[in-house]
Design a binder for this molecule. Structure first.
Ligand code: GLC
Ligand code: CA
Length: 602
């Protein structure tokens, strides 16, 4: 790849260190509060529960703890529908509990990051209650209201054909004022009107309040959707069966996004705060760079979705799709190289509260490969260029929900709405239903929301006593739990801890180094190098259950042959073990080699 002058300048800046930042050298742990730890036996995780596990997080070695929303909410979408930005959802605890959490994190050298959900609010937020009450209310313009359309024979229609991510039209008719309001997600999640400066000022106030309270930054929910193309045009219908297609081309990275993000960025800069924007429906890295370029003063980094989309079927997320290693390589390399060359930054993740578990999706749940898979994925992800995010349970190798689950066991509205639409459209089609359950088990959001498995006791010791958690517990917890792993040096937990430690020990190579894909056409192995000055690390990951004889490419031969063996997921490999030019890479094996003298070279 040829680099332009600007790219070269950016590169040398990175190397000289002017683009260094504390949040690049950190790792993040995401907590889904309802499912992390219940302290009082009501079956729902809570903030005192989190406080009781801070030493566990410290032992893992993460620097930042991000909590999915804990603010007051009717919980239509598990807290992503906020009805008061200054109050805590009572089942989670009180403001005092939050203060304790923040103090407990700070005492252990960790930081608190809050989920900021401001593309929309709950329909129970006072602003929306006011807004819907009349066309002349002072809050009317805080949301997006439009007049109905009518067909030639007088049937009322939404203002345009944009679909909601959670089924049907993105517009809901409100009889009181004879207009529709926009909600890209559930009906109960009306979108805020960011064109209105008062809305933006209200968001800025919320940010300052929480930063002053000790938050070190934010994860910004669907932040690239906040600026909508004000023409509100229809999107072309591609599939007649889908009358409400995704309207993303008119609101993903919309016309005024960067103006709004710069406003947020100046507050973030004032506090030297962390920020990660969630940015779905973007596939051009330049679009994301425009928000995360180091000198843009907008956001620190963003979650892009291209890896998450790789196993979606042609007709949508819950239709069968096939993950191909070559595609994974090409997507990973595209983002890794682009951000490095252009002084941007990646947020690295394979799991979160909206996704299936990575072992189940990207590697193998088979008993003989499960721990190896978890460790291999930790190596693969944790040593890339960017800030790594670990989602609760990922560090102990939790997998997707049990095969025995039927639709009645699901709790997430996305899965339930999808099922209802499907069974209405194709009543009695049992084969389709079976296939859909299978897909839900792979990709539904509930997979990541099962209670954290703390110990072998009842309900995985998620709740005290025998209280039943709000959602089913996985049936493998007697063997797969945190208690069994923390003190076992060979566990997935301790493997993750070691990967996070290596990033700190070799910060130049693993945080600030370049990324190069090796052997791009190899069918089983995903090999890459990280380089900085005279140091080169080679990271080998076997994504298959085959044993592979890998011929080390000539240009890496001296690094690999003479290098230090840094880590690996097979206990019996204590050295690189090259025979001639060949390394025998075992099923789901991961191994990392650093060239000799690298420490001095850095
Ligand atoms: C984000 C959240 C998801 C939520 C949606 C609407 O994608 O991660 O959980 O449902 O935004 O707020
Ligand atoms: Ca509780």
């Amino acid at each position: 790849m040829t680099t332009t002058t600007t790219q070269t300048q950016a590169l040398s800046k990175t190397i000289l260190g002017s683009s260094r930042a504390w949040w690049k050298e950190s790792s993040v742990y995401q907590i889904y509060p309802a499912s992390f730890k219940d302290s009082n036996g009501d079956g729902i995780g809570d903030i005192p529960g989190i406080v009781s596990k801070l030493d566990y997080l410290k032992a893992l070695g993460v620097d930042i703890v991000w909590l999915s929303p804990i603010l007051q909410s009717p919980q239509v979408d598990m807290g992503y529908d906020i009805s008061d930005y200054y109050a805590i959802h009572p089942p989670y605890g009180t403001m005092k509990d939050v203060d304790e959490l923040v103090a407990g994190l700070h005492a252990r050298g960790m930081k608190y990051v809050m989920d900021l959900v401001v593309n929309h609010t709950s329909d129970q937020h006072e602003w929306f209650k006011q807004s819907r009450s009349s066309k002349t209310n002072e809050f009317r313009d805080w949301y997006i209201w439009r007049k109905p359309c009518y067909t030639t024979d007088g049937v009322r229609q939404p203002p345009n054909n944009w679909g909601s991510y959670f089924s049907g039209s993105a517009w809901t008719y409100d009889e009181a004022t004879d207009e529709y309001y926009l909600h890209l997600f559930a009906t109960e999640q009306p979108d805020l009107n960011w064109e209105n400066p008062k809305v933006r000022a209200a968001v800025h106030k919320i940010m300052r309040y929480w930063l002053d309270k000790g938050a070190s930054g934010f994860r910004l929910d669907v932040i690239n959707f906040i600026s909508k193309d004000q023409r509100f045009l229809d999107v072309p219908i591609v599939e007649p069966a889908k009358p409400y297609p995704e309207g993303a081309k008119y609101y993903a990275c919309g016309p005024r996004l960067h103006e709004y993000l710069q406003e947020l960025g100046s507050i973030l800069k004032e506090y030297n705060a962390f920020s990660v924007g969630e940015m779905p429906s973007v596939y051009d890295p330049q679009e994301i760079l425009n928000a995360v370029g180091f000198e843009r003063n907008e956001l620190g980094m963003a979650f892009q979705f291209e890896i998450m989309d790789l196993d979606h079927g042609p007709a949508g997320k819950f239709t069968p799709g096939q993950l191909r290693l070559k595609e994974l390589k090409s997507v990973v390399t595209k983002w890794q190289s682009f951000m490095y060359e252009n002084n941007g930054w990646n947020a690295l993740y394979l799991e979160n509260h909206d996704q299936g578990r990575s072992i189940s999706r990207f590697a193998s749940e088979k008993p003989e490969f499960r721990a190896l898979s978890g460790k291999m994925l930790a190596t693969f992800l944790g040593l890339q260029s960017g800030t790594p995010f670990v989602y609760q349970g990922q560090e102990i190798g939790m997998v997707n929900l049990p095969h025995s689950w039927r639709i009645g066991d699901f709790r997430d509205l996305e899965a339930i709405n999808f099922w209802n639409e499907l069974t209405q459209a194709f009543p009695g089609d049992e084969k389709l239903q079976e296939q859909t359950i299978k897909e839900l088990r792979l990709k539904s959001r509930d997979n990541g929301r099962l209670p954290m498995q703390w110990g072998p006791g009842e309900f995985a010791e998620f709740s005290p006593g025998t209280a039943q958690p709000w959602i089913g517990v996985n049936d493998d917890y007697e063997k797969w739990n945190a208690a069994a792993q923390v003190d076992d040096s060979g566990s997935v937990f301790n493997y993750w801890a070691n990967i996070l430690k290596l990033r700190k020990e070799y910060v130049d190579v693993f945080v600030y180094g370049s990324f190069t894909l090796v052997d791009k056409d190899h069918e089983e192995l995903f090999v890459y190098t990280r380089g900085f000055g005279g140091a080169t690390a080679v990271v080998v990951n076997n994504f298959s259950e085959k044993e592979v004889k890998w011929t080390v490419p000539a240009e890496l031969s001296s690094v690999v042959k003479g290098g230090h063996f840094l880590t690996g997921n097979y206990e019996d490999r204590q050295s690189v073990g090259v025979d001639g030019d060949v390394i025998v890479v075992k099923p789901y094996e991961a191994l990392v080699v650093l060239n000799k003298g690298a420490k001095n070279a850095i």
